[in-house]
Design a protein around this ligand. Structure first.
Ligand code: LLP
Length: 430
């Protein structure tokens, strides 16, 4: 069962709440998130890892979704944070995270941003030697380094963050020198980090990176007199978006990662540091749907278009990466296809393009789908919890949508819908 929070009864339900009633009450486009699903995913991953190694820390990569309420759900579960900007540090602290729980992994970081992180008491994960030298002029704090282990993986070229074509981290061959110089500069390196990419569904794709990481750690501890307190192997754990995709086998993943980790510790005679991971998508990806209303239906000799009120202003992933998101007719879910467990499949005739309202030909949320719909139907775009709202924009001068959280079977507004007036805030005229 891949999406236990979604059920098709007369209408599509999320945690027992009728999505068409949500659309009626709160209008569309609308983000709706299941709180229970996020907790479930967090605990599943944490327990799978803890079975094999006790000293585990999960940092939620909050770029996936920075709504304060989502941050708070994970904070209560005991999660830490991976932040990539001062805005994310600010949000995490506002949500109640203590600064010691935040690791700041920026890239092309300014001195002002470094000062902000230092002032807040957040640990800095350095992305370059230049950044290290600049930081050493500000403070003599504990730090870690992001290494590029020379291998990467990911669902799209834009989402591969290790290897020769990646701008991130310090190249593996320079990393020992980085630790040596950091100590000379008065900094206290206590950790190491990598993140090879995003949206990885095969366990084996992680293996070369972790093997490499453990050898790098061995080399550092041999050549530099330090005891690394944590080894952070990043995020990247994928979720299945397409019906034919299999979920990442989390038990297998946990076993492989911890086995390679422990093997590496033994091989290099290391103590038992914390093993940190930074999942974003895995924790929140399938927890949210977007409800969008059908405005218009038209056909030409080549295509049938179902025109809805959400475009790439609301969900950028299809236009940006060609990503696939499942679409279900929430009003009339007979043709939910393979997306929803046990949903009947009937009444499907011609395949359709789900088209947004933006003035761009690339504003197609889903291509070639077996779905029928009528004007006024509510469609649900699935798996929009990660990199959905956080990448949304006001393009074409469309206000940002509202967000609803379902907690204990009750909907709650966690972000109000913007108004036309909000579009003009901060603008100045003569
Ligand atoms: N740690 C670091 C340092 C990262 O840069 C990222 C993601 C993560 C952790 C979490 O990765 P995850 O577990 O979510 O795969 N907008 C793209 C994804 C970009 C991810 C960027 N970095 C998408 O919509 O697929």
């Amino acid at each position: 069962m891949t999406r236990p929070h979604l059920k098709t009864k007369q209408h599509l339900e999320i945690d027992g709440v009728d999505t068409t009633q949500l659309a009626d009450k709160y209008d569309t486009p609308l983000y709706v998130t299941s709180s229970d699903r996020i907790k479930q995913k967090y605990n599943q991953l944490k327990q799978a890892l803890k079975k094999h190694y006790p000293n585990i820390r999960l940092h939620y990569a909050c770029k996936a979704n920075t709504n304060l309420n989502i941050l708070q759900i994970l904070e209560k579960e005991g999660c830490h944070i991976d932040a990539v900007s001062t805005g994310e540090i600010y949000s995490a602290i506002k949500a109640g995270y203590s600064p010691e729980k935040i690791l700041y992994t920026g890239t092309s970081v300014s001195n002002e941003e470094l000062k902000y992180a230092v002032d807040k008491g957040v640990m800095i994960n350095l992305d370059s030697l230049h950044e290290m030298r600049r930081l050493s002029k500000i403070t003599s704090t504990e730090v870690s380094f992001r290494v590029n282990p020379g291998v990467g993986a990911g669902h799209h070229d834009h989402c591969i963050t290790g290897g020769s074509e990646s701008k991130f981290g310090i190249w593996e061959e320079d990393i020992v020198e980085a630790y040596k110089e950091a100590i000379k500069l008065g900094l206290k390196p206590i950790g190491i980090h990598m993140h090879i990419g995003s949206g990885i569904l095969e366990v084996e794709k992680f293996r070369p990176a972790i093997e490499k990481m453990m050898d790098i750690v061995g080399e550092i501890t041999q050549q530099v007199d330090i005891n690394l307190k944590f080894i952070d192997i990043g995020g990247g754990l994928g979720i299945p978006y397409k019906p034919e995709e299999k979920p990442l086998d989390i038990e297998k993943f946990a076993k492989m990662i911890t086995t390679e980790f422990k093997k590496g510790l033994k091989k290099h005679g290391l103590e038992q540091p914390t093993l940190a991971l930074e999942p974003g998508r895995y924790l929140v990806g399938d927890s949210s749907i977007i409800l969008t209303k059908v405005n218009d239906i038209k056909e030409n000799p080549f295509h049938k278009y179902i025109g809805v009120d959400a475009g790439f202003n609301i969900l950028q992933r299809p236009a940006m990466y060609g990503s696939h998101h499942g679409v279900v007719n929430a009003t009339n879910p007979q043709n939910a296809g393979n997306y929803i467990e046990n949903a009947p499949k009937k009444g499907v005739n011609r395949k359709a393009e789900i088209a947004g309202p933006l003035c761009e030909s690339g504003d197609i949320l889903a291509e070639n789908r077996e779905i029928t719909a009528q004007e006024g139907d509510i469609l649900a775009i699935l798996d929009a919890g990660a990199y959905g709202y956080s990448m949304a924009s006001r393009y074409n001068s469309r206000p940002l949508p509202a967000e609803i959280l379902i907690e204990n079977g009750e909907p709650r507004v966690i972000r109000e819908r913007e108004t036309l007036k909000d579009l003009l805030t901060k603008q100045k005229t003569k």
